[in-house]
Design a protein around this ligand. Sequence first.
Ligand code: FA5
Length: 332
Amino acid sequence: LEASAKSEIDKAITSDELEKARVKYLGKKGELTEVLRGMGSLSPEERPIVGKVANEVRASIEASLQAAKENIKGKELQQKLKSETIDVTMPGKQFKIGKKHPLTQGMDELKDIFIGMGFKVVEGPEVDTVYYNFDALNSPKNHPSRDMSDTFYITEDILLRCHTSTVQIRTMEKLKPPIRIISPGRCFRNDTPDATHSPMFYQLEGLVVDKGITLGDLKGTLEVFVKHFFGGHTKIKFRPHNFPFTEPSAEVDASCFKCSGEGCSVCKGSGWIELLGCGMVHPNVLSNCGIDPEVYSGFAFGMGIDRLIMNKYEIDDIRLLFENDIRFLNQF
Ligand code: FA5
């Protein structure tokens, strides 16, 4: 029994095989265990003799098992180390690094251009009051933009701002002229989404108030801005318009980036895209903020950042900017 046990132990290559051999001889129903269990039926004279031999055999098998166990463990460890060796010369895994959203990139660029012209960046709340969004901006009580079908109301007095012009008032209440600020931020309108309209979009407000500010300053500022942002070849045109908070007012279009003329999807073939509204700050608005319109004058503008970026990067649908499709975002 000892010889056959040892031969099986010697043959075992894996821990599993060794365990099988142990169970076969020393397990509960093992061959040696059976012998020890059968001792009860022996005569009192035979018992110590057989017992002694059986114990010696058990000790010898256990010693062999222990030796084999260490041997196999060593080999298995070697095997494991071999299979798990790290090839430090293998090329590493490429981690995907996120980047700024095209809107954020565009916003950073816009800020840089205006900061370069001496503007300060200020921010205002997205949830604001009817006073800052309409009343203080000289908006008549019956102005259609006040309607629920255009503006998102939270209560009768509180709304999601529909333009960044709210920041004009908040700024003029706090600062005294000379004022030269821009304010980028989110706006909300109850507009049906299409290729150029989104219920949430971005505007960049600009406001300059000082003594002797003229329409010429406004035109010059916007011209410098557009040429920086779109390139020196870009033209702008002013169209007369009407805003309650500016007088006179205008809308400004830019010639389409790269695709002026026929066939430009962003400009719908006209070759021009509407960029912003602007004008000279209405005297009532200055007065509402405690600034004397007899002494000071100013200009203001509000541009749609999403549309600026669409024009610059030839994006033909504003919704792409908010869907966060990684295949789209990776292109910027
Ligand atoms: C205004 O919001 C005025 N507050 C702008 C202004 C500021 C005028 C200061 C004078 C002085 P308007 O409603 O035209 O104006 O919007 C300005 C720009 O916001 C538009 O030219 C357009 O580029 C953008 N815009 C408006 N609605 C949306 C919309 N639903 N989705 C995307 N862009 C929009």
